[in-house]
Design a binder for this molecule. Structure first.
Ligand SMILES: Cc1cc2nc3c(=O)[nH]c(=O)nc-3n(C[C@H](O)[C@H](O)[C@H](O)COP(=O)(O)OP(=O)(O)OC[C@H]3O[C@@H](n4cnc5c(N)ncnc54)[C@H](O)[C@@H]3O)c2cc1C
Length: 372
């Protein structure tokens, strides 16, 4: 494709025990200035589930000359400069997968007739549900990334961008997989065949939740570093963003408090991320509803906004309760000798002398706390 490739390589320059601080960023050219090939070798083309138009390979850089970029030991930090934008780009991949799945499913279900009345598939309530859900995921995700990217361009609220970036990556890549799955289901048997290409959308969408940092790592970052660092500035910026949706803010703030009190936020990180995503989407759909008159199809947008508004409190309550449950379970596990070791996490936080967390009330509903 090009006579010379410059590979950006993260490699360990410190000893094995140096952890991420031993990683440095290098520039490794495939050819020298005279055009001679350097020892940069492809050892294997990976066989993947999807993304077949974009080959992935394993490479070796045996004694290849490399130039250090930036400061030694700060490779990960340097790479994050690039990755922060890349995460929003991957979030947009999720949006594209969700939108593509919706488009395929809408086109197909508008023409195939089924059932006693001979109506098209999209006239059946269950198919309509799937189409509505898929389109809601695509539109909500697109608006969320749009918000984050506009904030990034403006540069006035970097804390909010920090907070929204993993939320966008998680939410939109999950949306891509879920919408592709819904789309496949809406097509029935043809969805599972290659003909309509929705199986390709599902295969391609899956990796977005894995690469550019797995969604589990993004959830852990949100529940850990972004709630705590710099006095929780990023989380406070997000709370300000939620101010226009007071009920969502209230549920989210209570879950935030539960996590701040937790010795180890990791077990509840996934639930907290999902709660955060739903809370952010409340703001998004409120704004959609307010602007519906300017949409190409105002009635459709109002319909989706109304559905989203009706479902959001239930979903938030569910994930807020899960935050409490996960935290309580982790706490009680921490009191039992050997419990963390049995989970393969002997290096995890030590049990508290004060004893485990005893939730009195459910975060969202005020109902009795789940049994431990
Ligand atoms: C098609 C494809 C393209 C790729 N392209 C690139 C690329 O261009 N550049 C690049 O650098 N990389 C690339 N990758 C690598 C990709 O970023 C990694 O696969 C991904 O970050 C996950 O790392 P891992 O595979 O080592 O999984 P692991 O780190 O082994 O993770 C396995 C599981 O354990 C969880 N886990 C791991 N560590 C922790 C922890 N500390 N706490 C809690 N949970 C944890 C993860 O969330 C995951 O669920 C690509 C991967 C694929 C599949």
């Amino acid at each position: 494709m090009t006579p010379r490739i410059l590979h950006l390589v993260l490699a360990r320059s410190g000893d094995q025990a140096s952890g991420v601080r031993g990683l440095s960023l290098f520039l490794v050219p495939s050819h020298d200035d005279d055009g001679n090939r350097l020892p940069v070798t492809i050892t294997r083309i990976e066989e993947k589930m999807g993304l077949h138009a974009s080959p992935t390979c394993q490479m070796t850089f045996d004694a290849a000359p490399a130039e250090l970029l930036g400061i030694e030991g700060e490779g990960l930090r340097a790479m994050f400069t690039m990755m922060n934008h890349a995460r929003l780009d991957v979030a947009l991949q999720g949006v594209a997968h969700a939108a593509r799945a919706t488009a395929i499913a809408r086109a197909y279900t508008a023409t195939r007739r089924q059932g006693r009345d001979g109506v098209t598939l999209d006239a059946h309530a269950d198919v309509r549900r799937m189409l509505d859900d898929a389109e809601t995921l695509a539109m909500g995700g697109r608006a969320l990334v749009h918000l984050a990217m506009v904030e990034m361009e403006r540069g006035e609220h970097p804390d909010l961008v920090d907070f929204l970036t993993p939320v966008c990556k998680f939410t939109c890549t999950e949306a891509g997989v879920t919408a592709a799955n819904l789309g496949m289901q809406a097509l029935g048997g043809y969805g599972y065949l290659r003909e309509y290409r929705i199986e390709q959308t599902l295969r391609d969408a899956r990796v977005a939740a894995i690469y550019e940092g797995t969604n589990g790592i993004h959830a852990a970052t949100l529940a850990g570093r972004l709630l705590r660092n710099a006095g929780g500035a990023a989380a406070t910026a997000f709370a300000r963003f939620l101010a226009e949706a007071p009920e969502a803010l209230d549920v989210w703030q209570r879950a935030r408090t539960v996590l701040l009190e937790a010795e180890d936020p990791a077990p509840a990180a996934d639930a907290f991320m999902r709660l955060t995503a739903h809370a952010a989407l409340v703001v998004v759909w409120q704004r959609f509803r307010a602007a519906a008159d300017h949409a190409p199809d105002p009635q459709r947008l109002r319909h989706l906004a109304k559905r989203a508004a009706a479902r959001a409190p239930l979903l938030m309550r569910h994930y807020a309760d899960l935050v409490v449950l996960e935290r309580a379970e982790a706490s009680s596990c921490g009191q039992r000798p050997g419990c963390r070791a049995a989970l393969g996490n002997p290096g995890g936080p030590v049990p508290s002398d004060r004893g485990g967390f005893k939730p009195r009330r459910s975060v969202a509903t005020g109902s009795p706390a789940p049994a431990r």
